[in-house]
Ligand binder design. Structure first.
Ligand SMILES: [Zn+2]
Length: 468
């Protein structure tokens, strides 16, 4: 029993130990039992098992800290059980992993129902930590709030979150030193971002380029650049997608949403890190001015691209954003994008795919994923795939590979053409983890906001090193 558990037991009149025994829940993970009438202070108590004690450490084969993951799952099942019986205020026993406990509780209660009638919405639940909100509890709650912000942005309908509305929704945050700059179409043209503009051509909604910066480590420290794909709706363009499930393409700005979530949480936490975010925002639509298969466009670094498939648009907007992001002389650069269906074929929803030219940066991201439970898996960035992108009839590069298979790898090879060789760079393909059904038990159903917490931890770790 932790000290907090002992105190909690006292507040329950010393009943906790006997309840645990007679309810027979010891070892059973996340099966809440609701107990009524124990004390006046807590009229309803959810008791939840944390799993076997053997599961309390890092599982190397699974690349996860199973103990923390069990806490997230158990606390989530407890707070949702209490919400479902109309509790409006829940006090959570923090366990020995207070941060994971706060994450599980706050992530589980997220819902997107603001467009529904009031009677059909989830009732708000106020959360607090037994024994007072500790620093670790607060940290977990803020990390979860970053991910929840990403989920809300991803879930929002595309007509409620156009490129313009997305950029306007990121107001300056005075308390947390977060600066916002919104660039318009004329600026994008003037910077020579021809690949980005070619994607927005088919839509009546003008593109935007959003820049966020957070300085928590002083002016001298080189920042981490975070780039997020912000296609607020992806119809596929002239290479139109099938109608089935096309509605989920409102979340094709998942990379942008997670980027905002990372900076928001970093700023709220006062992280000792300098972060710069670069977010190209546009719609991919088949309007009469839309880019056509076979068109050739010129990216910011002068490379020409033959666009043979207009649905491979994420790499086009990222190409220019990656070029521009390097102007801030970052210590490292990470981009997140719902880039390819192929990454979903390879990994399912178990992990995001990571392509990187830096093994040191990879180890840091992997360690972050083990800790947060939101895992990452390294994929190859080989010349084999670059060759497939360079076999192009009219231009330097084609936007789809000439070979069949390996679609996530050829997309990564394409992006690498726009990154300096000596810059540690990580491309994170998040298409496979975009949506949560029941795979992650502590995330409610809907858009996932993954891997916001992992990238946040990575940002903290990499910014603690001296400048490169
Ligand atoms: Zn697409």
């Amino acid at each position: 029993m932790t000290t907090e558990t002992k105190k909690f037991n006292e507040r329950l009149g010393g009943h906790l130990t006997e309840l645990l025994e007679c309810a027979g829940i010891s070892g059973k993970l996340a099966t809440p039992r609701l107990l009524y009438g124990l004390t006046a202070e807590f009229p309803c108590v959810a008791v939840v098992g944390l799993g076997e004690s053997a599961e309390q450490t890092v599982d190397d084969a699974e690349n996860v800290h199973q103990g923390r993951e069990n806490v997230r799952h158990a606390v989530a099942s407890g707070v949702t059980a209490l919400r479902d019986v109309q509790c409006s205020h829940v006090t959570v026993e923090p366990t020995e992993h207070a941060e994971a406990s706060a994450e599980g509780a706050h992530l589980a209660l997220w819902s997107y129902d603001e467009l529904k009638a009031e009677a059909d919405r989830q009732r708000p639940v106020q959360l607090s930590c037994a024994g007072g909100d500790s620093e670790l509890w607060r940290r977990g709650a803020l990390k979860a709030s970053g991910q929840n912000l990403a989920r809300t942005l991803m879930e929002a309908p595309a007509n409620y979150l156009t490129p313009t509305l997305f950029s306007l929704s990121r107001r300056p945050c005075l308390r947390c030193r977060w600066e916002v700059v919104v660039r318009d179409e004329a600026w994008i043209r003037q910077r020579g971002m021809g690949a980005f503009l070619s994607v927005s051509r088919g839509s009546a909604e003008p593109p935007r380029f959003l820049e966020l910066s957070y300085s928590g480590a002083g002016a001298g420290a080189a920042p981490l650049a975070v780039v997020g794909k912000g296609v607020t709706f992806d119809s596929g363009g002239i290479s139109l997608k099938p109608a089935k499930n096309m509605d989920t393409m409102r979340a094709d700005m998942g990379g942008a949403a997670c980027t905002v979530g990372v900076l928001y949480a970093a700023a709220q936490l006062g992280l000792a890190a300098n972060l710069r975010a670069f977010i190209p925002l546009c719609e991919n639509m088949p309007g009469s001015r839309a880019t056509k298969p076979g068109d050739v466009v010129t990216a910011m670094n002068g490379k020409t691209v033959q666009v043979d498939n207009t649905d491979a648009e994420g790499r086009l907007i990222l190409a220019d954003a990656l070029c521009y992001a390097q102007e801030c002389r970052p210590r490292a650069m990470l981009n997140m994008a719902t880039l390819t269906g192929a990454i979903s074929v390879a990994l399912g929803s178990a992990a995001v795919g990571v392509f990187t030219n830096s093994t040191a940066a990879w180890h840091q991201l992997r360690a972050a994923g083990t800790n947060t439970g939101d895992r990452v898996w390294r994929m190859p960035l080989w010349k084999h795939y670059t060759k497939s992108m360079k076999e192009c009839r009219l231009a330097d590069l084609n936007n789809i590979g000439s070979a069949t298979g390996g679609g996530a790898c050829t997309a990564a090879a394409f992006l690498q053409e726009f990154v300096a060789e000596d810059l540690p760079w990580l491309h994170v393909d998040i298409a496979g983890t975009m949506e949560n059904t029941t795979d992650v038990p502590y995330l409610s159903k809907g858009m996932s906001g993954r891997p916001t917490r992992t990238v946040l931890e990575f940002a903290e770790a990499i910014c603690q090193q001296g400048s490169r």
